[in-house]
Design a protein. Structure first.
Length: 241
């Protein structure tokens, strides 16, 4: 190789652009908020991020152009959401790799402290359960032989039957992985994601085993949910509170 010449990886520029999209606190705040799996208006995200609507619009344009967000317009409203499950996985796993205590301020009010505790106890991560709730479910699946974790996450035959027995519809023919591990940013351990994690979360909300609380992603297990998760997975009620 001639002196001064370098071999450039053609993917390096793309990776640098992607990293640059996330390397902005306002855009990062928007991505984290959208992990609730819902569509937000530009105005809602602007208020959440604490910036002017015009400023936020520019940031959203970059995230949409970069493929991290999708958008749709209804009348005068502009709605955005995470582009897909892979975008959500990227955001959640990057958040989980922030060292504990790094650049994290203490809650300034009782309300902030309560909201943070609720998020750690149980929340949705895009379309599956996370926090201590998500870990409790994942551990229960493993302990009962429904989930293998020796070479990554994989449902066992018993695990597939469990979904049928529980009356939870599971799409086994879609392009999305049936199960995958998602690193939990509060527990620093993997929880159940993929099509199975999404199906379980969707059923838990529809059957009101869990209900959303507050304006964040936090969820609370109901009395009915405690009974169901105890009967179906042997999870003690104390682990869900």
């Amino acid at each position: 190789m001639l002196e001064g010449m370098t071999t450039r990886n053609p993917r390096a520029a793309g990776l640098a652009r992607l990293a640059g999209l996330i390397a902005d606190e306002t855009r990062a705040a928007c991505l984290l908020a959208l992990l609730d799996g819902r569509a937000w208006t530009a105005g809602e995200l602007a208020r959440h991020a604490g910036v002017a609507a015009s400023t936020l619009s520019e940031h959203l344009g970059k995230l949409v152009a970069g493929g991290l967000l999708s958008e749709e317009r209804q009348g005068r409203h502009r709605y955005v959401r995470l582009a897909d499950a892979t975008a959500a996985q990227l955001v959640e796993e990057l958040a989980a790799r922030v060292a504990p205590g790094t650049a994290v301020r203490r809650p300034r009010t009782l309300r902030e402290s309560t909201a943070g505790s609720a998020m750690a106890r149980g929340r949705t991560c895009y379309d599956h359960l996370a926090g201590r709730l998500g870990i409790a479910v994942t551990d229960a699946f493993t302990a009962r032989g429904l989930l293998r974790r020796d070479t990554g996450f994989a449902l066992t035959d018993a695990g597939l039957r469990w979904f049928d027995t529980a009356g939870i519809a599971l799409d086994r023919r879609g392009r999305r992985p049936l199960v995958r591990a998602c690193l939990d940013w509060t527990e620093r351990r993997p929880h159940l994601a993929g099509a199975a994690g999404a199906a379980l979360c969707r059923h838990a909300l529809q059957a009101r085993w869990c209900v959303r609380i507050g304006s964040e992603r936090a969820v609370k297990v109901t009395d009915a949910g405690e009974r169901a998760l105890s009967e179906l997975l042997g999870i003690a009620a104390e682990a869900l509170r």
